[in-house]
Design a binder for this molecule. Structure first.
Ligand code: PMM
Length: 252
């Protein structure tokens, strides 16, 4: 199971919110993750937390491109966490080699054609709407069946646009238009997601549904979850801390 380390380049991730510092701090954090054994670094410039505002394309580009260029020099695979086709394209030109789209192709009508053109792996996540509105969309008849039923047409559209089958990775999108019970139902039924025939990525790291009053408690719960996922044939976990997850997968 691969460890995808999160590198959020949003101003609230850094003490002073300044651009120069976020470049320096972002690169430093990326190098630290590499030293700890990360498999993929997931670089994102736009917050997708519930309630978050959108930022401009220029702002997103200026946050992510310099850091991608620098970290790509190390040879470690970099994914770009974006729902915008233009950002995906420029990030790949800058050195990213995977596109991680939390909207699963729903936010930008150009995304699937861009991915097909770039011929890079594409993480297609289940999504129901932008951060501002997603909590009100956490309504399901049967969350596992409904999420699968909504992932399938997006998969079909990606394939029809020319994204090669072997380049698709799916993600049930924990916390995106899902409450705590929904997230746990998904985690308890991962074989249904695996049966679609694509690698499965899980992003549970420090999310609220894990419980715990403090970030430390949520981090510990994330590590426990990684231990449970490792023997289940899951392709990768998207996590904030790298070393504890590398160790958990190695059975340490
Ligand atoms: N979660 C967040 C951002 N990007 N990408 C994928 N593929 N899967 C996720 O679950 C996911 C993601 C939000 O979490 P963060 O704010 O802690 O980065």
């Amino acid at each position: 199971m691969l460890v995808m380390g999160i590198l959020n380049l949003t101003p609230d991730s850094f003490a002073d919110g300044g651009r120069h510092n976020s470049y320096e701090a972002g690169v430093a954090h990326g190098l630290e993750m590499i030293a700890e054994g990360v498999d993929i670094i997931d670089v994102g410039g736009e917050s997708t937390r519930p309630g978050a505002d959108r930022i401009s394309v220029d702002e997103e580009l200026s946050r992510v491109l310099p850091v991608i260029r620098k970290l790509a020099e190390t040879g470690i695979p970099i994914s770009i966490d974006t729902m915008r086709a233009q950002i995906a394209r420029e990030a790949v030109i800058a050195g990213a080699s995977i596109i991680n789209d939390v909207s699963g192709g729903l936010a930008d009508p150009d995304m699937f054609h861009t991915v097909a053109d770039l011929q890079v792996p594409y993480i297609l996540m289940h999504w129901r709407g932008q951060s501002k509105e997603m909590n009100s969309k956490a309504i399901y008849e049967d969350v596992v069946a409904d999420v699968i039923a909504e992932l399938k047409p997006q998969i079909d559209k990606a394939l029809a646009a020319g994204v090669p089958k072997e380049k698709l990775i799916i993600d049930p999108g924990l916390g995106f238009a899902k409450d705590s019970d929904h997230n746990w139902s998904i985690l308890n039924n991962l074989e249904v997601f695996k049966s679609l025939g694509f690698p499965v990525l899980i992003g549970a790291s420090r999310k609220r549904f894990l419980g715990g009053a403090t970030p430390d408690e949520r981090e510990n719960a994330t590590i426990e979850l990684t231990k449970k996922l490792a023997p289940q044939g899951i392709w990768g976990v998207r996590v904030h801390s790298v070393k504890p997850h590398v160790d958990a997968i190695a059975g340490k």
